[in-house]
Each structure stands twice: as C-alpha cells, then as structure tokens.
Design a protein around this ligand. Structure first.
Ligand SMILES: NC(=O)c1ccc[n+]([C@@H]2O[C@H](COP(=O)([O-])OP(=O)(O)OC[C@H]3O[C@@H](n4cnc5c(N)ncnc54)[C@H](O)[C@@H]3O)[C@@H](O)[C@H]2O)c1
Length: 143
C-alpha cells in the first residue's frame, strides 16, 4: 500500500488534532488510497517537540521547520503554527514539492494569502495538493 510521509509543524492543540487525524484516517477511509506515516514533528520549543514525538508517535522531532521542508523523504507538510508563520512555511514547502495542509485562517495578511495561492497554483501544475484546513482524504485520494 502506498505510504505518505508526514512532517507536522507546530505541536500545540491543532498539531495534536492533525496527528490523531493522520493516525486514524485509514480506520475511517478503507481501503485507504495512501497510508500516512508520522515521520517528523517540529516545534520551536524543544521540550514540546520532544514530548510530541513520543506522545503522538512520530519517528523524529526537530525545532526548525526547514528540516522538514528540505527532507526529501517528506511528502506532506501539515502547518499548525500561529497564523503569522503559515505563509513562509507553506510557500517553502510547496516550492520544495510537498503537499500542504495548512490550518485556518490561511494567513494573517491578504498579501500573504495571495502569495500562498500563487505558490499553490504552481504546485498544482506539478501534481501537488494544497488545502487550508480541509480533510486529509482530499490529499490521499489524489495521489
Ligand atoms: N485551537 C483551535 O481550536 C483551532 C481551531 C481551528 C484552527 N486553529 C488554527 O491552528 C493553528 C494553531 O493553533 P493552536 O491552537 O494549535 O496553537 P497552539 O499555540 O496550541 O500551538 C502552536 C504551536 O506552534 C509552535 N510554533 C510557533 N511558531 C513556530 C514556528 N515558527 N515553528 C515551529 N513551531 C512553532 C508553538 O510553540 C506551539 O506549540 C492556528 O493557525 C489557529 O488559528 C486552531
């Protein structure tokens, strides 16, 4: 069965929700078109990152989201950080060829939101999906 390696940025409340969603998705949507693998979780607070790795069942943790975006093993980047850092991470991840699932609201400025939409359009031409707070199934069903 196809696997999708997940990198998750921001291990707070919604990081927990996304982690549960990835783990549980195949129990609801079976046969799953792809099974998520919890590879790397990132938080700028090292203790939160390390705790989340153990608690949510990720293989690795880090404190710099660029380690996820630059990891060729990662297929999907979940962005669960505060709103003001969504754009930087999402655009870098899309440009690096990742699928992106970003928490809402999409960004904290209209300018950032437009830049993200532009990066998503270009990524779509390369077969990459970008969703703001949409269901994981929409990514896994497209690969
Ligand atoms: N809490 C909710 O009910 C809820 C509902 C819908 C959407 N959201 C959205 O989810 C996102 C996250 O909200 P939350 O409630 O999980 O916040 P939170 O404060 O619980 O978690 C955010 C985490 O991101 C980490 N972080 C901050 N900057 C970072 C960076 N540059 N790199 C890596 N980690 C970083 C923080 O240390 C923190 O652990 C926000 O966009 C919010 O609007 C939240």
């Amino acid at each position: 069965m196809k696997k999708l390696n997940v990198g998750l940025v921001g291990a707070g409340f919604m990081g927990k929700a996304h982690s549960i969603g990835y783990s549980d998705m195949p129990k609801y949507f079976w046969p799953a078109p792809a099974v998520p693998v919890l590879k790397t979780i990132c938080d700028i607070v090292p203790e939160i990152a390390a705790d989340a790795k153990e608690r949510f069942g990720f293989e690795k943790c880090c404190t710099d989201w660029r380690d996820i975006v630059n990891d060729p093993e990662i297929d999907v980047v979940s962005i669960c950080t505060p709103n003001n850092v969504h754009a930087e991470i999402a655009i870098a991840a899309l440009n690096a060829g990742k699928h992106v699932l970003c928490e809402k609201p999409i960004a904290s400025t209209l300018e950032d939101a437009k830049a993200m939409a532009e990066a998503a359009k270009k990524a779509a031409q390369r077969g990459k999906r970008a969703n703001c707070s949409a269901m994981l199934r929409s990514i896994t069903s497209s690969v």
